[in-house]
Design a protein around this ligand. Sequence first.
Ligand SMILES: [Zn+2]
Length: 433
Amino acid sequence: MKKYKRENGTCQNLSEKEAQQLAKEGKAIIWFDGGMHASEKAHAQMTPELLYRIAAEESDEMKKIRDNVITIIVPVINPDGLDIEGAWYRKNLGTMYETSGPPILYQEYVGHDNNRDWFMGNMPETQAVMKVLYTEWYPQIVYNHHQAAPAWARIFIPPFRSPVNMKIHPGVTTGVNLVGTAIANRFAMKKMPGAVSQTTYEMWWNGGMRTAPYYHNQIGILTETAHTSPTPRFYPPDSIPKMIGGRMSSDGTEIFYPYPWKGGESHFRDAVDYMLEASMATLDLASEKYDELLYNIYEMGKDAIDDKEGAFAYVIPKKQWDKGEAVNLVNVFMRGGIEVEEATANFTIGDKEYEAGSYIMYGAQSFRPYLSDLMEKQKYPDLYLYPGGPPVTPYDLTGWTLPMSMGVDVDRIATSFTAKTKKSWSRYKNACG
Ligand SMILES: [Zn+2]
């Protein structure tokens, strides 16, 4: 295998033609997980079936998927939680508490929400997944299954609603829309109504299982599928709400809810079917566009490296009020796949002298969006329902600047400088010479 020279965070002597050729020869890598929120119980029924079908089904569609896609599946990403939820359900089956939730946490140390750790990586579970996503497999699509849909929809699928964080490459945002639209189209043609988009969830916040990948040039997909319990439920057709998720009319006139669900019986199996079809739509798209997905993630990484408006580097001076926390900050970035170097001699930038032992994170990295988003201040847009009206409620956090929240001094350096360094850690050791 040819070795490429590593310089400034990338394999520098890879030509565009070689990158295109490698993309053609490769396979797209697509990630699926389910069950992080253990109360969302249908995932564990779906993932084994998806695995089995991928391994055993002999349809033309599946053969093409096997030829062009490497699928990574985490069947249950929070198995301890599922045990708790399953035991509670079985204990209460046949009583009035059958569909209730257990009065204990399904994630012993974090509880709910264990889907808020993806920018810090505090939990060993998060760290294990980050390692696969950002330092080992680099999937082009990260599909994070959730439940449940807004009331009376069958499933929420992307596109998400605005705003989108401007650090995210537009290739990611439009890639998310592309996958969401492929899922919507499959539901329409399979006569599976009730897929709604553009409610609740947006693309601003960094820190969820499907959002942190955006800052790594990965297409993060979240869907929320109705029906979390093995107990069936009947939805009276004459009780359909006028609005779905507070945003979409249920009368069939919405572009992003064109095929409304009309109510009736709802079963656990329906949830499994909707999640399976959504997963299959994603795999089918990936099998058609595997080379494009591979080339695009290369191109987006290259754009991040070449970004002339971004910082040249972020420097964490050795002298800190809280040295331990500075080291913690470095570890957060390394978990997220950021290249970190340590100065081996004193160096100066402008008038400021930095001691040996200071940490340097150069901006020219393929994961620059992650680095700059966590290092710099967020500027959440001013959004109001109407002029003079109340603000539009953000879905989640609007700011998370780590140097501020952790109390670590970090200097953003705009212009180039030289320093003698050694690698603190590198994820390029196998790809580049
Ligand atoms: Zn969830």
